[in-house]
Write a protein that binds this ligand. Sequence first.
Ligand code: PLP
Length: 849
Amino acid sequence: MTSTHPHPVITDESPSADANRRGPSFEASHELATGPVTSPPRTVDGFVREFLDQLNFGQGVKLSQSTINDQYLALARTVRSYLMASWLETGHRRRKNPTRIVGYLSAEYLLGRQLGNNLLASDLQGIAEQAMEQCGIDMAALRGQEVEPGLGNGGLGRLAACFVDSLATMDQPCIGYGIRYEYGIFRQTFVEGRQVEEPDSWLRLGSPWEFPHPERAVQVGFGGHTETSVDEDGTEHTRWVPAWQVRGVPYHYMVPGFRNGVVNTLRLWSAEANQAFDLQTFNAGDYAQASRAEIFAENISKVLYPDDSTPQGKELRLQQQYFFVACSLRDFIENTLPRDVDLRELPQRIIFQLNDTHPVIAVPELMRILVDEKGFDWDEAWDITQQCFAYTCHTLLPEALEVWPVDLLGRLLPRHLEIIYRINEEFLLEVRDAFPGDEGRVRRMSIIAEQPQRAVRMAYLATVAGAKVNGVAELHSQLLRDDVLPDFHAMWPEKFTNVTNGITPRRFLYLANRRLSDLINETIGTGWVTDLEQLRQLEPYADDADFRQRFRDVKHANKERLSKLLRVRDGIELSQDHLLDVMVKRLHEYKRQTLKLLHVVSVYEGVLSGRTPIDQVTPRTVLFGAKAAPGYHMAKEIIFLINSVAETVNTDPVMDGRLQVLFPANYNVTLAEKVIPAADLSEQISLAGKEASGTGNMKFALNGALTIGTLDGANVEILDLVGEDNFFLFGMTEPEVEELRQRGYVPSSFYEADPVLKATIDLIGSGHFTGGDRGAVSAVLDNLLNHDPFMALAGFGSYLEAQDRVERAYADPEAWSRSTILNVARCGFFSSDRSMRDYLDRIWLPGDA
Ligand SMILES: *Cc1c(COP(=O)(O)O)cnc(C)c1O
């Protein structure tokens, strides 16, 4: 067995491939030659000088000739140059003092805009603003120039972004590994009320925050076959002979901690062809054929799969997954880990956190590296591997659990399939050992599913390989143990743990809500920014009438800001004095946007039919934001229905402007940062047992919105912390949902039994919102009346009753303000810093505490 590791296999003979090799002498001489890197002076003049240098020498323009984009790029590079010394110093410090680092493996990072965050982290906001003013530049216009990197779908990708932010702020070593998609989540527009997707070309005007490192490129193989040979002492060796290879080029992004001199790295991989084109074919005139390899390779990191929770089992998706984990493992073992480290010590140097099942193919990849390339025997390799991974499950929906058909996996990654089979064989022996004679259990637990086709269950593979398995909220972790992976829990109860999700207070409070942060800073100081539990000190101010007034002033100003934005962005008018009722999140049936819509229509129908006098309607604006997966037909029909209802309700004089439905297109992090601080009411109304955690719910509560919600995901913990008086709870509990399903759920019986529900649905069914066209709404209504898999009709009655409570509470501004202040004060628990602390204590460094 060899324990030191040779250079990576270099197949390309061009001299540039050698650039992949690091020499310690290079680094040493470099540092000797240049000395420590220094930042530009932290003065307005220093900032201006650096900015003009970036404009002149980086962009090649004079200030007088520069475009807004030139100025934005120069400003971004200026901020970068202030962070650079910290970045290099952090790397240097980490290399000198090796500890177990976190390799966060995530196919998605929904980062949001970088400029504001990096100015905040480096404490340069004030200086930058004055500097731009000196240059006669409108800073807001430059901020608006940045296209957010939408390299994620929703909550899962945003969570990864919050986590790397927290780890940097806590000075914990971490490399975030992922994919640099050329196109992120699609840009949503509406055409006649229907969603239209446009490619998100976020790189088109240049991306100043990334550092390409082609000299650190690695090779990734695909396809081919395996060969087995026997050496002199009779030991079998297997070797994978891939049919084709692509180059993974890393792009580095800075992840600055909050004003602590720490900058961690996010390393995103881009796929390139080893040979751009075939020169012979090109010369012969077949241009398309000549570029085939290039197109094929570059397709791998071309576009993010826009599906939030129903994996399609597409080959390209598996290529993406393997591509980025193979790059990341190679990068860590060959380029990050010092050469002299014995790979038996790998678990002391790295813990790879698997963000859902997307990166789970890293498990057989590490086994392949250890056994086939480094000569470890199987058992020792497995022992190492099991200590190097931990798995976070993000769902409860069975259709969201990834499986890969063995024929597909075997074709693309033949050696990995062999390794998975062996892992499974040995694992099933263990099961038989632990539960003799229980073949039913063995079949249930097999990593290989036999029905409906032979396929690898990635969640099972992750659970078998992972040192720990966690859910993302208390209720979710419990359901994971009881319903999703009960056999695994029975076998290894100690493997299972919970870490409730969190959000970064830097982006979602400090940056997004400057007015509230200023008020908080003035009241309790700034310690909360890195220790969010300090918000508790706000509790007594809930009883201070003056503070409540200032809190309301903040909310009002945030509504004004949102109003201005929506006017320019979407041509929408937002009424300032309405209750702002917000439901923003991916569109999915389980999240129940239709339940929210039924409420809206019932209010309208009440007025229309004369049941409700118009002066009894609380003036309310309902704001939706949601993208639907392009292939998710029902979700797109729901979007159309929301837009149809909005158009009718907003313009019908019978409502006297008291009910407005707004649906700005293209909900993303940038919009979230403007919408959430303005909201009064946060809609978190998923069917109990379906939302793993939610993080939108946390963002709202921390920005002084009250939640109307079910006992689902992290709502349970929010309710627990803020108290029943400060939360509008409704709906069935998860056991009640199960009980109703067992009894046999008949949605039409709810329709028949509740006249308001019946009138509401009938109004939609009459074509009232679709110009008389009943067919345009039939898919949604048929589904609700005949299937209603997420029990919206069963929830309707208690939801309306809760909305009545909302309106009564809102009618008393002092009591409402008191509740909102208590929400802010009591939700410090939902900082992603606390989530990271929990990961460190329970998963990454247990025993260190
Ligand atoms: C926080 C966030 C989400 C997650 O929202 P949920 O309500 O938890 O589903 C999705 N998209 C964006 C842009 C977010 O900022």
